[in-house]
Write a protein that binds this ligand. Structure first.
Ligand code: BG6
Length: 508
């Protein structure tokens, strides 16, 4: 029997693991996500020789067009968005196995069409290909597509695996997530379901696990006895671009906190799993979600802050306020910034505040986890020498400048004992000279391999909504106007009130 290390992609490289012949079906094949992320990811996997030796792609979408036209769309998107320069031989070989099926998702056409094309692939090769359905459509189509796949018997196959990948957002409330889980699990088994959170595909997010569980050095400190507080930041300098339709319905809490930021929090706080199998890892993460102190309507204003960006300057250029963005209603109360103070009420973390903040149009793009340790118990230096003594900080930078940095107090050279913080740094870019794969490359491979470790389980997504729902309900009942912050700034002043005495937000 293979050992855990041999089976486990978190430990073992992807490339060496064989993948069963697969037909991948992308619903929403002409959409933005498919063009910008999924098709380029498939190309890069092909380029690295990581795709299964026999691989087919079926694009499904509304517009009617022949295979050739879809191949041209795929070629153009790959050439535009691939992280590596395209090699025509690899690209043409990939496109040879691409077919296209059109139809609206609430009619039978696309399902009949995809069944026919997928069967043709099987017959030509004389083997049953595994099938992976990737739902990259507007979320309102998810239940309909799942239901239709079930009704046509496309949810299982003899001698082959059938899996479904579901994009975010997985519901917009707890109730919707529960309903969607019910609908999905009525047709598929949980082991066939892969709910995407692209943050889990990021190398640096997975490195949180490596950092914690491959080093003996930090784990003894990883608890309430040594850690004073944690700040998790996911700030962006971009606005909402052309996504007003989606974003104005969603807002920052649903868009980034419910999924990506709570993922970072659970990876940071979870207990060591017995092994890195999907259920062990996700089981530990769910326990963290359960330990988060319940939020009630009367505590929301103490622990949560929301705000909206006003006009300002970002990167030297004038930027409009949220209400001036195209497609945003003049009276919108959608938050473009959200900050929370959460507590994980368990043995390890009781009393440690976890501050989360995210926003559009802030000073710069940065995603990081900053762990601040408690100050030293006694300063033996003279008055002057103690000036620069700061608690140690450990910064896990997810992006950009991916790496880990530890701040230490060091003596400033000279005749007096004066202290200043200095950094010990590990930078991905310099330590590993290869370029990291895109998150979607990793996740598509894992879904094809049937490894759900880096995907969100049903109880996990429900646990995330359980935390966000009371905040969203309270916000919906107390409409604006919302506090504002200048585009290009550090965020709203109101966020200061979340911090316990002695704590400051890190500069963005
Ligand atoms: C997406 C959000 O899930 O994540 C976007 O919908 C956001 O609003 C994006 O910009 C951020 O992802 P990344 O990988 O650029 O940090």
């Amino acid at each position: 029997m293979a050992t855990v290390v041999e089976q486990n992609p978190l430990v073992e490289g992807l490339e060496r693991l064989p993948v069963h012949p697969t037909t991948l079906v992308i619903f929403g094949a002409t959409g933005d996500l498919a063009k910008r992320k999924l098709l380029p990811a498939l190309y890069n996997l092909a380029h690295e020789g990581a795709l299964p030796e026999r691989f087919n792609l079926i694009g499904v979408s509304r517009s009617d067009m022949p295979d050739e036209d879809y191949r041209a769309i795929a070629r153009e998107s790959i050439e535009k968005y691939s992280r590596t320069k395209t090699d025509d031989k690899v690209l043409s070989a990939l496109l040879e196995h691409v077919r296209y099926v059109s139809g609206t998702f609430d009619t039978l056409d696309p399902y009949d069409g995809l069944q026919r094309v997928a069967d043709e692939f099987d017959e030509e090769a004389g083997i049953p290909f595994n099938r992976v359905y990737y739902l990259s459509t507007a979320p309102s189509f998810f239940p309909m597509i799942i239901d239709a796949l079930g009704q046509r018997g496309l949810d299982e196959r003899e001698d082959a695996e059938v899996r479904v990948v579901i994009e975010k957002p997985f519901g917009t409330t707890l109730e919707e997530a529960l309903d969607l889980n019910r609908q999905v699990l009525h047709v598929f088994d949980e082991r066939q379901v892969f709910r995407i959170d692209h943050y889990l595909g990021k190398e640096t997010v997975q490195n949180v696990l490596a950092f914690r569980f491959a080093n003996g050095m930090f784990e003894p400190l990883w608890n309430r006895n040594y850690i004073d507080h944690v700040q998790i930041t996911a700030s962006e300098d971009i606005g909402i671009g052309t996504r007003a339709g989606y974003y104005d319905e969603s807002g920052a809490l649903r868009d980034l906190v419910q999924n990506h930021m709570l993922q970072l929090l659970t990876l940071l706080c979870m207990e060591p799993p017995v092994d890195f199998s999907a259920d062990e890892v996700r089981g530990e993460k769910v326990k963290v979600l359960h330990a988060i102190a319940p939020i009630t309507p009367d505590t929301v204003s103490d622990i949560a802050v929301r705000a909206q960006y006003a006009g300002g300057v970002v990167g030297g250029e004038a930027a409009p306020g949220y209400l001036e963005e195209e497609g945003v209603p003049d009276d919108s109360n959608t938050e473009t910034y959200a900050a929370l103070r959460l507590h994980v009420d368990n043995w390890r973390w009781a009393g440690v505040p976890f501050y989360l903040r995210t926003g559009k149009r802030l000073a710069r793009k940065v995603t990081e986890i900053a762990v601040t340790l408690k100050p030293v118990p006694h300063l033996a230096f003279g008055q002057d020498g103690s000036v620069g003594v700061k608690p140690n900080q450990l910064i896990l930078t997810v992006q950009p400048n991916e790496g880990v940095s530890l701040s230490l107090g060091a003596k400033i050279p000279g005749t007096r004992m004066r202290i200043r913080p200095v950094n010990m740094e590990f930078l991905y870019g310099t330590a590993f000279l290869s370029q990291s794969p895109e998150a979607y490359e990793r996740l598509i491979m894992d879904a094809m391999r049937g490894d759900a470790t880096l995907f969100t389980r049903d109880d996990e997504v429900e646990g995330q909504w359980r935390i966000c729902d009371p905040i969203l309900e309270h916000w919906a009942e107390t409409p604006g106007p919302l506090p504002t912050y200048r585009a290009g700034s550090q965020g709203p002043e109101e966020a200061e009130r979340l911090l316990l005495p002695g704590t400051k937000w890190r500069a963005i």
